[in-house]
Write a protein that binds this ligand. Sequence first.
Ligand code: AMP
Ligand code: GLY
Length: 420
Amino acid sequence: MKILIVGSGGREHALVWKISQSKRVTKIFAAPGNPGMKQLADLVDIKPASIIELADFAQEQKIDLTVVGPEQPLGLGIVDEFNNRNLKIFGPTQKAAMIETSKSFAKDFMRKNNIPTADFKVFNAAAVALEYFQKAKFPLVIKADGLASGKGVFICRKKDEADEAIKEVMLDGKFGQSGERVVIEEFLSGQEMTFMAVCDGKRIFPLATSMDYKKALEDDTGPNTGGMGAISPAPQISKDLFNQIMKTIIQPTISGLKFENKEYKGLLYAGLMITREGPKVLEFNARFGDPETQVVLMRLKSDLVDILEGSADENLFDIVADWDENVSGCVVLAARGYPQKYAKGQKIQGLERAKSLGVEVFHAGTAMGKDGPVSAGGRVLNVCATAPTLKEAMDKIYDGISFITFDDMTFRRDIGWSRK
Ligand code: AMP
Ligand code: GLY
């Protein structure tokens, strides 16, 4: 089989790595990919948003299955374009991807289908939102309706913080069209976890659970990021909680979407808060999480291609999950300053020595420099490992990291547990 992976981050490198282990696969392309994938895939210079060019490429190269990493091409309708051309693709249609691309759609959908989530209101005008804050209970959470690369969420403890967030999102237009509408919701407390499942429209294939560390700095402080590390399984998961999540969240979501003619195929990502009243949805994503995918795929023993193709073919019948009993961890090596301003082009060294300790290093924001890889993004590398205990996995990862250097490299030392 020939496979095309769309995207260029650590998530996509992990997908390429896992897919390359399938006996069914003869060739992998990545568009645009990153230098870490080079030994496993041919890199194709097409951007994820260029959905027509991607479909042309898949047609010319007779690609058997295309796997979409990021949300942007899903929002642009890449799956619809491929479906129209009878090209096989893993992911939801534009309509079904609204579960991620419109927060107000997702919240209304959850309310209608009794899926537990924070209580909320939708606002289309800044003045009405500002008026609402006069009597609102704080803290509350303000979210830009559309895609904002994980930066459109504001947790406001007081009225002036909420006023400021509305100014940025609705009046100053920081996120463009994505901020013309906002969702304002109740603040939930508890522990967060990630639940991902592959779906084929009707059937659900749940993946191992995970947890990501969203804050930039240790002890969960600093600004929100795309994720600074992850572990699998989620520490708080039990059989009962797993069943409760399937029954109250994942199953009603898939059947509710089917009922609305938005059959959901692809990866459904539920970001959950485990509250005293049970699990509640913070957000849905229509794609694999990053860096959760890295830790989940480290533990998958089944053939990933069978699972992805089963989704695209609406045939997730006979797939059995085979998971490594070991736990896994991932630490993100970032450029100092991320998620705000940071330098690029820093020479990366020590990758081979780190890998010789048995860790996997997935590239995220890297590029090929004159004599080796250089940093090219905020999240630069993902160092991952599995072991019988979380402590052993994290020790292995941090030992591996001790060999890796680039100027201004920074990372959290408390992924998995507090190392202070
Ligand atoms: P989201 O992109 O909607 O998942 O939000 C990003 C992060 O903001 C989440 O991972 C949570 O840490 C936090 N967050 C979002 N919504 C809420 C909420 N209703 N209550 C508390 N924290 C939230
Ligand atoms: N790690 C969070 C996400 O992928 O949205």
